[in-house]
Design a protein around this ligand. Structure first.
Ligand SMILES: Cc1cc2nc3c(=O)[nH]c(=O)nc-3n(C[C@H](O)[C@H](O)[C@H](O)COP(=O)(O)OP(=O)(O)OC[C@H]3O[C@@H](n4cnc5c(N)ncnc54)[C@H](O)[C@@H]3O)c2cc1C
Length: 465
């Protein structure tokens, strides 16, 4: 007997891989449609949901993390289930998912990072911001990472919001960090930090910097760190000034105003300094005994390229900056999932507005969809993922509209649980996660923190049980 897919008797069953913002926005859109009967099963390789909201967003940005309240409401819908601690690619495969569900939505983000491609990048003391961010946020992948804070000078390459997050965590005092949900071991390590100078290095000028005005403003509020901007670099070239005078982007104007304020402020003699170094490109990280001891930079000038875009052009003036730690923050990058189409160059799952495309044949892969950073690359804030996910779910629903099918045994909800059990996967349900969540909040409250993160997967599983 055949039923309409999405009808009362034959729900549309969707597997979402990943549980970050894009996954929840996709689930929310699918489950809030009254005209359709949709079931969502969300899988994450970690026992904890929310992706970069837990593992990326800075620990001193708790207000931003409140977005998880919206995701909790979605998770409370009866047609939603969460299966944490289930890794797509090892625990479950694409073929199995396609057997048990009508379709897959990949929401796996971009977990790796881009390399600069300069000599010395592999020296001890040179790391990606991805590692550092994962480490201070207690992401289980980075628990063993080690950073040497006995050095006095640190360079951060890149000038986006992530670079500023990293600089701020290095610049804050243990007292400023103690009331956040930073991982315990990170707070301990940073208590002994001897870092005095933090250099944030950007290729282009202040008008082109990718960090936003709230991040700029926060730099002014650092208790023990002075922010240093060379006033000369704020004397804009013609093209940058024209852009600033005509841009509709109020945030760029606000950021410039804050930078002017910083440059015009007399130093107060605070013990740490955060230097915003505009118009420099890294050429080489050098070291002795395999350890970073400095970075070679070239000064850039700004030139107007095609379409008015302002480019950085090397001047040939070389400067050396002695530093003991280099953190590169030049962008995240997706990694391929086993058996799933992948665009190596862009680091994304190739797609046409969310419908996955076979990288070789360029044909649409039916029943496979993608959202979030895995779809468009590592750009945009949490909110950007909502319209992005809805574009995909609209196409998904279009593809299934009017289709009929039988109700095979594999698509039943109980079959999915039985399937995971038969594979001996130690899965975590949303109720399980809520137990861990409450435990973390209770433990945090004892120390005046929003939460005390559990960082080892085995400990998470013990608490959940
Ligand atoms: C350091 C940092 C700080 C940020 N700070 C802010 C901020 O303050 N404000 C803001 O608005 N935005 C911020 N962003 C941006 C925001 O985090 C992203 O826009 C958003 O998280 C992207 O959502 P996503 O769902 O595509 O990916 P993610 O959030 O990365 O989620 C991907 C999920 O997929 C899971 N996964 C991956 N592989 C597998 C697999 N094989 N099997 C099962 N599950 C898998 C992961 O465990 C993860 O839960 C920040 C980003 C970074 C990197």
């Amino acid at each position: 007997m055949k039923y309409q897919i999405g009808s009362e008797n034959r729900p549309l069953s969707v597997a979402i891989i990943g549980s970050g913002p894009s996954a929840f926005y996709a689930a929310g859109d699918l489950l809030n449609r009254t005209e359709l009967n949709v079931q969502v099963d969300m899988f994450d390789r970690l026992p904890t949901p929310y992706g970069l909201v837990r593992g990326g967003v800075a620990p001193d940005h708790q207000r931003i993390k409140n977005v998880t309240k919206i995701y909790e409401r979605i998770a409370s819908l009866p047609q939603f289930r969460f299966w944490g601690n289930v890794n797509f690619g090892t625990d479950i495969s694409r073929e199995e998912i396609l057997k048990h569900f009508d379709c897959i939505v990949y929401a796996v983000g971009a977990k790796s990072d881009r390399q600069m491609g300069i000599p010395g990048e592999q020296l001890i003391g040179s790391y990606s911001a991805t590692e550092f961010v994962g480490w201070y946020n207690g992401h289980p992948d980075y628990l063993d990472a080690q950073f040497d804070f006995s050095v006095e000078k640190v360079a951060i390459i890149g000038m986006g919001n992530v670079a500023i997050d990293v600089a701020r965590i290095l610049a804050k005092t243990p007292e400023e960090l103690a009331s956040t949900d930073i991982a315990d071991y990170a707070l301990e390590a940073l208590k002994n930090s001897r870092v005095k100078n933090i250099y944030v290095i950007g290729r282009r000028g202040p008008v082109q910097a990718a960090f936003t005005s709230p991040e700029a403003k926060e730099m002014l509020e650092l208790e023990q760190t002075e922010v240093i901007v060379d006033p000369e670099v704020l004397k804009l070239d013609g093209a940058s000034q024209r852009f600033l005078d005509t841009t509709k982007n109020r945030d760029t104007v606000r950021t410039m105003e804050i930078l002017q304020r910083i440059a015009g402020t007399e130093p107060e003699g605070k013990p740490r300094q955060l230097h915003l170094m505009f118009q420099y490109s890294p050429l080489e990280i050098y070291g002795s005994n395999e350890r970073v001891s400095g970075i070679k930079l070239v000064k850039n000038k700004l030139v107007e390229g095609e379409g008015g875009r302002i480019k950085a052009e090397e001047t040939g003036i070389i400067e050396e900056l002695p530093v003991g730690l280099v953190l590169r923050s030049i962008g995240y990058k997706g990694v391929a999932l086993p058996g799933v189409s992948f665009d190596e160059r862009e680091g994304i799952i190739p797609n046409h507005n969310g419908r996955v495309v076979d990288e070789r044949t360029k044909e649409i892969c039916s029943r496979e969809y993608v959202v979030g950073w895995a779809k468009r690359g590592p750009t945009g804030v949490i909110g950007t993922n909502k319209p992005d996910a809805i574009e995909t779910t609209q196409h998904l629903l279009e593809d299934f509209r009017g289709q009929t099918a039988e109700a095979p045994e594999e698509l039943k909800r109980e079959s999915i649980e039985a399937w995971l059990k038969s594979k001996k996967i130690e899965y975590v349900t949303f109720e399980g996660w809520k137990r861990l969540d409450q435990h973390e909040i209770d433990e945090g409250a004892k120390k005046g923190k929003p939460r005390q993160k559990t960082t080892k997967i085995e400990d998470m599983l013990k608490i959940i049980k």
